[in-house]
Ligand binder design. Structure first.
Ligand code: PEP
Ligand code: MG
Length: 594
């Protein structure tokens, strides 16, 4: 809900996901598949206008579909283009059209709302029937309905985010990780979404690209029109519409304070990551693309703790081949050697999809065909990636880990395939590192509980807290409505991390954390106290973490962890974490409010 603060100003509050402040004009971007439109009541005399608007949108959508079909049949052939016949049929369906017209007339509602009501009813009915053909019709209908709504509401949907011509702040109902990856950093000053939360891949991408961002703003994309001048505050998670001079002044002061903090942090970049009582910690960075290595070096991180390789696969028409992947892995390992680079094998699914892979839509994508489950079935895709990683392993210090391991079976299967592909390369006389270290991500509770047996088959664990929290607490990591239940300091999470680190230590296996918990300085002492020896965070967060570790005693961290392991309340644990970190490094936590 917007809040009026100073005269002429409105404030929308959401969830801060990427720090920074920016000012500029809003560009509203449409969600390709339509979000829920609010009910708009119309007057009797407006009915003909709405009926006409609906008719016009049907005509415009039909032209667009025909154009897409024409382009496809030139590129791919008539057979592939024929799938759009189903879309055209939806636009000509007399029952659907009559029903929308009737709703506009009888209920006196806007055409967009009426169309959405009717089409959603059809989609629901088609999807609920256990028949693959009908379910596909529901997908066609959703697709064409998205186009219709874009035409009815007049949203920008076909914008190429790589080629924006003016600097702007993007606001949208939602943004996919692939859209975010396309953003031109010179033109996108910041972005905001109605839905989403801190650990969505879109938010993670924003931090990695250092674009200020706020998510979970509810209806902001409906309420702030394109062209509006706003200030976006990625520290506190708010958008100020039409900021007054006083607000701009106060934010100017805040930015100055942040700049002076960053200067202070810069002094520690070249220093070792070691606690005040002399215990070294490995501090690494998370990367999404090979070009992120410069940011890693500049952050003072000692290597890469998580290379999310999915981004090599998205925003493209064909899968990356072995050579292309080899080049990417080689580039990162070469730039950072002798520091380690942990390459995570493909983690597609959840909120990261490849449109051209034809992965069927799932009811629960985060519980579905994703990550290692996908790779163990799509063996050829896995083979290409593992061969590329193995080949690159002769350069620098590459390690590899599997995402979403749920238990021993999957780990054994993945390792068996790895051995098979190593055998191929040996036969071909292609060199690779025979001692390549392999680790498992611990992001499913079953893996943490079974860490003892996993530890016998790996060299390291990397705890993916983003998923571990989502699966342990049954809280969707993307859903802003339940973001308050997504609690990293929940006693169950603390115990699962401890269980993992203990099981690892028993077998000489080190445990790192590469989820977003590792990027929050408030939680650094807790993780170290639990026995975690490596932290991997977005490059932007690395200097703060190092600054804090250099001021912390491991004894304090262990005391905090002991307290947390015996405490029953997430809130109390968090309060203790805040107290300790504010004592150890006060300057990191001051001066964030304008
Ligand atoms: C995690 O789940 O914590 C993790 C690092 O993997 P991702 O965020 O890519 O799912
Ligand atoms: Mg994960």
């Amino acid at each position: 809900m917007p809040e009026p603060v100073r005269a002429g100003e409105r404030i929308f509050r959401g969830i801060p996901v990427s720090p920074g402040v920016c000012r500029g004009k809003i560009l509203v971007l449409g969600k390709p598949n339509g979000d829920v439109l609010p009910r708009t009541e119309i007057l009797e005399e407006e009915i003909p206008v709405e009926l006409k608007r609906f008719e016009q949108a049907l005509v415009d959508t039909r032209h667009q579909v025909l154009e897409v079909q024409r382009q496809l049949s030139e590129g791919l052939g008539a057979n592939d283009a024929a799938i759009f016949d189903a879309h055209l049929l939806v636009l000509e369906d007399p029952t659907l059209i009559d029903e929308v017209n009737r709703l506009i007339r009888e209920q006196k509602v806007g055409a967009g709302y009426a169309f959405q009501q009717v089409v959603e009813k059809y989609i629901k009915t088609l999807s609920s029937i256990g028949d693959d053909y009908l379910r596909e019709r529901a997908t066609d209908m959703r697709d064409v309905a998205g186009r219709m709504l874009d035409n009815l509401v007049g949203r920008e949907t076909n914008l190429d985010l790589r080629n924006l011509t003016e600097p702007c702040i993007i606001i949208s109902y939602d943004l996919t990780p692939s859209q975010t990856a396309q953003m031109d950093k010179k033109m996108v000053l910041g972005f905001a979404t109605d839905i989403g939360s801190r650990t969505s891949h879109t938010a993670i991408m924003a931090r990695s690209m250092r674009i200020p961002a706020v998510v979970g703003l509810h209806h902001a994309s409906h309420e702030i029109p394109s062209g509006t001048y706003v200030l976006l505050d990625g520290f506190n998670g708010q958008i100020v519409v039409n900021p007054t001079d006083q607000t701009l002044f106060e934010y100017g002061q805040l930015v100055k304070k942040r700049v002076s903090l960053e200067e202070k942090l810069r002094d520690t970049i070249d220093k070792p990551t070691v606690t005040l009582d002399g215990i070294p910690v490995i501090l690494s960075a998370n990367v999404e693309q090979a070009s992120d290595t410069e940011a890693v070096l500049a952050s003072g991180a000692e290597g890469v703790g998580l290379f999310r390789t999915e981004y090599l696969y998205i925003n493209r028409e064909v899968l990356p081949n072995e050579e292309e992947q080899f080049q990417a892995y080689f580039q990162v390992a070469d730039a950072l050697k002798p520091s380690p680079v942990i390459i995570r094998t493909l983690d597609l699914g959840g909120d990261k999809f490849l449109s051209h892979l034809n992965v069927p839509q799932e009811m629960n994508p985060f519980l579905g065909w994703r990550a290692i489950r996908f790779c163990l079935q799509e063996r050829e895709i896995f083979r290409v990636q593992l061969r590329a990683i193995l080949r690159a392993s002769v350069v620098g210090n590459i390690k590899m880990m599997y995402p979403m391991i749920s238990g021993l079976d999957e780990l054994n299967q993945a390792n068996a395939l790895l051995e098979e592909f190593k055998g191929e390369l040996r036969k071909e006389g292609v060199p690779f590192d025979e001692n390549l270290e392999v680790g498992a991500m611990i992001e499913i509770p079953s893996a943490a509980i079974a860490a003892d047996s996993l530890a016998r088959r790996v060299k390291f664990f990397s705890v993916g807290t983003n998923d571990l929290i989502q699966y342990s607490l049954a809280v969707d990591r993307l859903n802003e409505r339940i973001a308050h239940l997504y609690e990293p300091t929940h006693p169950a999470i603390i115990r699962l991390i401890k269980m993992t680190a203990d099981a690892g230590a028993k077998h000489g296996v080190w445990t790192g954390v590469c989820g977003e918990m590792a990027g929050d300085p408030v939680l650094t002492p807790l993780l170290l106290g639990l026995g975690v020896t490596e932290l991997s965070a977005a490059p932007g967060a690395v200097p703060q973490i190092k600054y804090l570790i250099r001021r912390l005693k491991m004894t304090e961290a262990r005391e905090l962890a002991d307290f947390a392991l015996n405490c029953e309340s997430a809130g109390e644990i968090l309060a203790r974490c805040k107290k300790l970190t504010a004592q150890v490094a006060p300057s990191l936590f001051e001066n964030l409010a304008p």
